[in-house]
Design a protein around this ligand. Structure first.
Ligand code: BMA
Length: 881
């Protein structure tokens, strides 16, 4: 008999047991969905309004301090004499007491762990009869407040003591998230019957030989013994690696584990392995690894005790943090090849975690790949991501950097916090070891930085703040359980420097020259052009806000009349959590696009400016490869409808920023960048050609300077030869380098493949560059002609730049159909050029709507609505001539 599991997902009810519960809920028994949460159950029962809509969030604050009971009945046959019976809880949110009948069988206070309770004795007592299983949830907020009282409060970036309880930090509100403090059984729960032994954990650790000619999978098996056998017996483990369609792969090992012993190791060697690579670097072949535990060896009829299966990938990971002439590198490598990280930060995809289905994750991950990303950073204010998430990333070739979930706060090292952190770290380092996508364990988010710069030492007055976790506990757990994964102490962090401020070799954690850097000066204080003032070794956060799509606002952010809530309304302000967020949006807009007064125009301008700001940073960072080895945008996704730094809004719809990521992270990129003049003069514009492919990039680049209306002013043809995975800087000849009349000129650079081009992506590569900001550019709001026609699966919109340059042509398709998908956006057309935008939609409506505001937008149309009075003085030309 193998482990026999019975899911306990049906028949639960939920009742309020304490706290400030509204009268109509008191004593009410509500059907409960498991896995689920109190919020989703009350929502399903129609007992609370949708917390994501309007200002409902504010009215639900009573849930922070309410207490709840989940309850159902369980019946199980009496266990045999040697049979264990465990209640397995994969996740409880958060402070819970578990009872069978009247007996307490467990207490938990950590959302990030699973629990296994031996309930054999309690179940045997009532063998065959039904018993009451209850899980009581206390208020996590109250618990955290009591902890703060008990051991002394510590600083955190938000008002609630999120650092005093092991619950997802952003449960307590964040600068993009609602303050909805959930409770409930948030992961599966089941009864497991088993005997002799079970596979407590399996860690397949993969290494690849230099030269890539061989791979080794070392399978570490940890057993739990039942403790119920009259005599402990040896058990046998077989590990088998296969790959569908690869008859040469099967490889099998077996090991006998002696009585009383609980660990075993099996080594599987694969010659000429078919390696797993990040997307853009190769394929993602997955191998089936099956581990079987039995009482007899493989030659006899097996009495199978337990089985474990995962799809693994063969690859190695390296993190280069060597010292160099600039400072300290931070380069992630796979199979010995350094990778430029094109990343985005990932937050929980729904604040109500149990609504995140595998399908939804699959869609989000395909959106990440569509944005040309190769890595997601699972940010430390969220969770250890799910098996679904990791399996999908394994399949897609998306690398994952997993933060230990600690963010923006000082964390106590006193018990029980220390033991809870150790237990969860051990569980997840082991659990995630099977996933080829996981490339980095990181100590947490901005905690090292917070300690030095956010006034913590004074507030702490000598109390612990979590340093032990970053320097000792986490690296020790990773080194013990998964030494194949690199570890970083935090983000940002200077990897080789001691972490104690005051140490003679201390380096500020956010130092650009050392390791990872978070670039938040731009959003908070500077214009986005300042992104180009710094050359970080690896930028693991930089972000710029924009509002969600119109559809999402119309669904969730409306006023009493059902109209989209405009700025300065309570609804708008509730869905903009960032400190001074709206002022920062306007401050960011003014020098570039101006600040439109009409809300519809402002919405488009703010979304466009978000996209432009991030494109400005990405193109800069990529042009500095290999000095800069990664750019992880803050943030890919949202967890509810909100104005935020995300590229995909809370309803899963792409914002214009998504298109800027896709363009900025394309395999091949041409971008105009500023570099010091080799002759010692003022910095000059050059053309950076970024080639993030395995093939050389050759041919010519045709560069023309022309008026906005297309009158030629200068022309040059540059030879292009960029080695694989590298960047070439091309000098721009004088005739094209700088303008005579910057307000009316544009530079267009287009790649022309040569006849003997080795291949690679055939997509055209073009850079369009203006020397002044849009507010100083004489863009014609009527520059384009447009037609729309119905095609098989939607609409084809054809736009020609008939009278001059058209910048950032975008169809805001969600205005017509939230499910519509367009195949291009932020398209810039030099005079005379044409774009065909194909929209897939089942519901095209009247064609006339597709060809005008508010659906068809360009940067040009903002020129028509720009308030003249708000224009700053004209800038001098940015060229150097
Ligand atoms: C960084 C992140 C998040 C935050 C974001 C925007 O600090 O790590 O904590 O949401 O900036 O402010």
């Amino acid at each position: 008999m193998t482990v026999h599991a019975t899911a306990l997902h049906d028949g639960w009810t939920l009742t309020a047991t304490g706290g400030p519960v509204p009268a109509e809920l008191a004593g009410l028994r509500v059907p409960a969905t498991v896995p689920g949460s109190v919020h989703t159950d009350l929502l399903d029962a129609g007992l609370i309004p949708d917390p994501y809509v309007g200002t409902n969030e504010a009215g639900l604050a009573w849930l922070h301090t309410a207490e709840w009971r989940y309850e159902r009945r369980v019946t199980t046959p009496s266990p045999a004499a040697d049979e264990r019976l465990d209640l397995v809880l994969d996740g409880l949110d958060t402070v819970a007491t578990i009872r069978l009948g009247d007996t307490i069988v467990g207490r938990t206070r950590n959302q990030h762990r699973s629990f296994r309770l031996d309930v054999r004795e309690q179940m045997s007592r009532a063998a065959g009869a039904s018993q009451r299983l209850t899980i009581d949830f206390a208020s996590a907020l109250r618990h955290a407040q009591e902890e703060a009282e008990r051991i002394g409060a510590r600083p955190a970036a938000y008002p609630h003591p999120l650092n005093m309880v092991r619950k997802m930090a952003c449960s307590f509100g964040w600068d993009w998230g609602p303050d909805l403090q959930t409770a409930g059984i948030w992961r599966p729960v089941r009864l497991e019957r088993w005997r002799v032994a079970r596979l407590a954990s399996v860690r397949p650790l993969v290494t690849v030989a230099p030269g890539l000619g061989a791979a080794t999978v070392t399978v570490h098996v940890d057993l739990e013994r039942s403790g119920l056998e009259p005599e402990s017996s040896p058990v046998h483990v077989v590990a088998r690696l296969t790959r569908p369609g690869a008859p040469e792969v099967p490889t099998e090992r077996h090991v006998t584990i002696a009585p009383h012993a609980t660990t075993g190791t099996l080594t599987l060697d694969v010659a000429e392995p078919d390696l797993w690579w990040p997307v853009g670097h190769g394929d993602q072949p997955l191998h089936d690894l099956e581990v079987v535990l039995s009482t007899t060896d493989r030659h006899a009829e097996p009495d199978r005790l337990d089985r474990w299966h995962r799809r693994i990938g063969l690859r190695s990971v390296e993190l280069d943090t060597s010292d160099d002439e600039i400072g300290t590198a931070f380069v992630i490598g796979v199979n010995g090849s350094p990778v430029f990280v094109r990343g985005a930060n990932w937050i929980p995809d729904d604040h109500l975690l149990t609504r995140i289905t595998r399908d939804r994750l699959a869609h989000r991950i395909s959106q990440a790949v569509g944005a040309n990303l190769n890595l997601l950073r699972v940010w430390g204010g969220g969770i250890y991501e799910s098996e679904d998430f990791y399996e999908l990333c394994d399949e897609a070739g998306l690398m994952v950097w997993q933060d230990f979930p600690l963010a923006c706060a000082a964390y106590p090292e006193e018990e029980p916090h220390r033991s809870e952190l150790e237990a969860e770290a051990r569980e997840h380092v082991a659990r995630l070891s099977a996933h080829p996508s996981l490339v980095l364990w990181n100590g947490g988010n901005e905690n090292l930085w917070g300690f030095v710069d956010w006034g913590w030492p004074e507030q702490l007055a000598g109390r612990t703040w979590g340093l032990h976790y970053y320097t000792d506990l986490f690296p020790a757990v990773v080194a013990e359980l998964d030494p194949t994964r690199p570890y970083a102490a935090g983000s940002p962090c200077s990897p080789r420097a001691p972490l104690e401020p005051g140490h003679p070799r201390y380096v500020h954690p956010n130092d650009r020259d050392h390791g990872t850097h978070h670039e938040w000066e731009v959003w908070n204080r500077r214009d986005y052009t300042a992104y180009r003032e710094g050359i970080p070794r690896f930028c693991s956060e930089f972000g710029f806000q924009g509002p969600p799509t119109w559809h999402t606002m119309a669904r969730a952010m409306t006023d009493d009349r059902g109209e989209v809530a405009t700025r300065e309304t309570p609804v708008w302000r509730l869905h903009q959590k960032a400190e001074g967020g709206d002022d920062k949006l306007d401050r960011g807009l003014a020098p570039h696009l101006g600040v439109p007064t009409d809300f519809v125009d402002w919405h488009w301008a703010a979304q466009l400016n978000q996209a432009r700001a991030i494109a400005h940073a990405i193109t800069h960072y990529r042009s500095w490869w290999p000095r800069t080895a990664g750019a992880i945008v803050w943030q890919l996704n949202d967890c509810w409808p909100v104005t935020s730094w995300a590229a995909i809004d809370g309803d899963g719809i792409r914002k214009p920023l998504w298109w800027a990521l896709r363009a900025g992270f394309a395999d091949r990129l041409l971008t105009v960048q500023r570099r010091p003049d080799p002759r010692g003069g003022a910095p000059v514009d050059v053309l950076a050609a970024v080639n993030d492919t395995a093939l050389p990039w050759t041919g010519t680049v045709e560069v023309r300077r022309e008026t906005l209306a297309g009158v030629p002013l200068g022309h040059a043809v540059l030879a292009l030869a960029v080695a694989p995975r590298s960047v070439a800087l091309l000098d721009l000849p004088d005739v094209v380098r700088s303008p005579d009349d910057p307000g009316n000129e544009v530079l267009v650079a287009q790649w022309r493949p040569s006849d003997d081009d080795p291949g690679g992506p055939a997509t055209p590569v073009t850079a369009v560059h203006c020397w002044v900001e849009d507010i100083d550019l004489r863009l014609d709001p009527e520059a384009h002609d447009v037609t729309a026609e119905v095609v098989g699966d939607g609409v084809l919109v054809t736009v020609t730049a008939a009278r001059g340059l058209v910048k950032d042509l975008t169809l805001l398709v969600d205005r017509i159909d939230p499910a519509a998908e367009v195949d291009a956006a932020l398209v810039t057309l030099p005079a005379g050029a044409t774009a065909r935008l194909h929209v897939r939609t089942a519901d095209p409506g009247p064609l006339a709507a597709w060809v005008r505001r508010p659906v068809l937008r360009t940067a040009n149309d903002l020129a028509a609505v720009r308030p003249r009075a708000s224009r700053p003085p004209r800038l001098p030309p940015r060229g150097s001539r």
